[in-house]
Design a binder for this molecule. Structure first.
Ligand SMILES: *Cc1c(COP(=O)(O)O)cnc(C)c1O
Length: 472
């Protein structure tokens, strides 16, 4: 999902940054210290992402536990939340499936080792080629519109193993963040359920397609209260009952209830929990976990956010107009949403010394700025933290989802390295490389190096033929 690129949140009414806890969170202290000692953070290790391997396993276990009352739930991970193959493979190893929304994400899911039958393809703009290949692979596909169903009619082989569903927009309204709310009246996603004639058209679509067996709804992401998500699931459940009653046969067999459980960015506690989520769901739809419908979930942020952090070196500090500013290597290239919509996406920051030990001097109000060359590249304004100095390390907590895994290429800054970590019995922390930092050669290659002469001189080579468009 995209955001506006203004400096202010236009829709959000999320908790203001001042609600953030500035108390030091010790959870990753030993990891930060070890990362400095092992040279992953410091001179030459300006910024990196870190993933808590055991933490991820714990979060997946909590998800499975919460739904343990329901038979055969397929929990998929929304790949966009942490699109790194080793992370996806870890999640596959934990028994999860994968939700993908682009050819790139489908490729990552397959490379990570997910079976096609455990992959779900959602997206509002699937091409014919994407649909054709998903249907040939046996990946589940949720059509975003009735038009897309008509495309699938033409592309689906009668023996396709793909489960096909239809995404609906239950139009239950938005949450605290407009850009994250997919069930508003005018959302671009799904078939708008409450629009005139929509229910009849949906029932007809199912009647005409015996292979259409699933309904999908994803009410939204960060900022959607549990009751709103539950209301969306409730409308989806009622629609499934209505379709099956109208058809006189239980054709709808599965409900994909999406993801969207919010993450608490204000302190270290996990709330709401998956158990809270299931309690809200079953309050709204008592029969949901009975096995009447196969359930699919698509959580992203709630599985990874608290199991990752960004560490970055402080290069310099300065004073300007009476304000202290720490110039660090974590900015918009790795904390894009926080920089562009700071009031909606505040992050807790930790202060560590050059040796990786937490700083505990008196608090000073400071701006934590990034390395990008635009003035708004600040990840925290006026934050009270122990006074930072050059060569210190800052930690951006709760950034395991949609942060270091989703970099932005501004200023030709490299994609930061990502490391997984785990603590041994003896407390020693071991790291493994999840993604290498992008090299300068790779940056040059992605910046057109192979076509360096394209715009100058007699050597300028003509553009090769455009790739063939296979159907119109
Ligand atoms: C983004 C998305 C998700 C995951 O949302 P989270 O808030 O990360 O849990 C699930 N399903 C769909 C269709 C999405 O677009």
């Amino acid at each position: 999902m995209t955001q506006t690129t203004s400096g202010h949140d236009e829709h959000g009414t999320a908790a203001p940054a001042t609600a953030l806890s500035t108390r030091h969170d010790p959870r990753f202290d030993a990891v930060v210290r070890a990362a400095v000692e092992q040279g992953l953070l410091g001179e030459g290790g300006e910024v990196a992402g870190f993933v808590d391997t055991e933490g991820v396993r714990g979060s997946v276990a909590a998800l499975h536990d919460a739904f343990s009352g329901a038979p055969g739930v397929l929990h998929t991970f929304a790949a966009k939340a942490c699109s790194l193959i080793p992370v996806l493979r870890l999640l596959a190893d934990c028994g999860m499936g994968c939700e993908v929304a682009s050819p790139g994400e489908l490729r990552l899911a397959l490379d990570a080792g997910f079976a096609a039958s455990r992959i779900v393809l959602d997206s509002p703009a699937k091409t014919r080629e994407e649909l054709r290949s998903a249907l040939a692979l046996g990946v589940s596909v949720n059509a975003d519109s009735l038009d897309e169903l008509r495309r699938i009619d033409a592309l689906r082989a009668p023996d396709s193993a793909s489960v096909v569903g239809l995404r609906i927009n239950p139009q239950v309204g938005g949450g605290a963040i407009g850009a994250m709310s997919t069930a508003t009246d005018t959302s671009k996603f799904g078939v708008a359920l409450c629009d005139p004639g929509a229910r009849e058209a949906i029932v007809r679509a199912f009647r005409e397609r015996p292979w259409l067996t699933r309904l999908h709804a994803h009410v939204g992401s960060q900022g959607c209260p549990l009751e709103l998500i539950a209301a969306g699931v409730s409308r989806t459940y009622e629609l499934a009952e209505e379709i099956n009653a109208a058809l006189g046969v239980r054709q709808v067999t599965g409900l994909d209830i999406g993801g969207g459980l919010s993450v608490n960015f204000t302190d270290g506690t996990v709330r709401p929990t998956y158990a809270d989520y299931v309690a809200a769901l079953t309050a709204a739809v008592p029969g949901l976990l009975s096995g009447r419908y196969a359930l699919i979930t698509e959580f992203g942020r709630s599985l990874l956010a608290k199991n990752g952090f960004i560490g970055a070196r402080v290069e310099y500090v300065k004073d300007a107009g009476g304000r202290r500013i720490a110039l660090t290597h974590a900015g918009a290239q790795t904390a894009t949403r926080t920089v562009f919509v700071p009031d909606t996406w505040p992050l807790r920051i930790g202060a560590f010394g050059p040796d990786g030990a937490p700083k505990n001097g008196p608090a000073l109000v400071q701006d934590i700025a990034g390395p990008c060359c635009f003035a708004g590249d600040v990840v925290a304004f006026g934050r009270e933290l122990p006074e930072l100095a050059g060569d210190d390390v800052v930690v951006l907590y709760d950034t395991g989802a949609y942060y270091f895994s989703t970099p932005w290429a501004y200023n030709s800054l490299p994609r930061p390295a990502v490391y997984g970590f785990r603590a041994g019995q003896d407390g020693a922390v071991t790291f493994t490389t999840v993604r290498d930092a992008q090299s300068l050669d790779a940056i040059a290659a992605e910046s057109g190096l192979a076509h360096a002469d394209a715009l100058v001189g007699a050597d300028a080579s003509p553009r090769p033929d455009a790739p063939g468009v296979r159907d119109g």
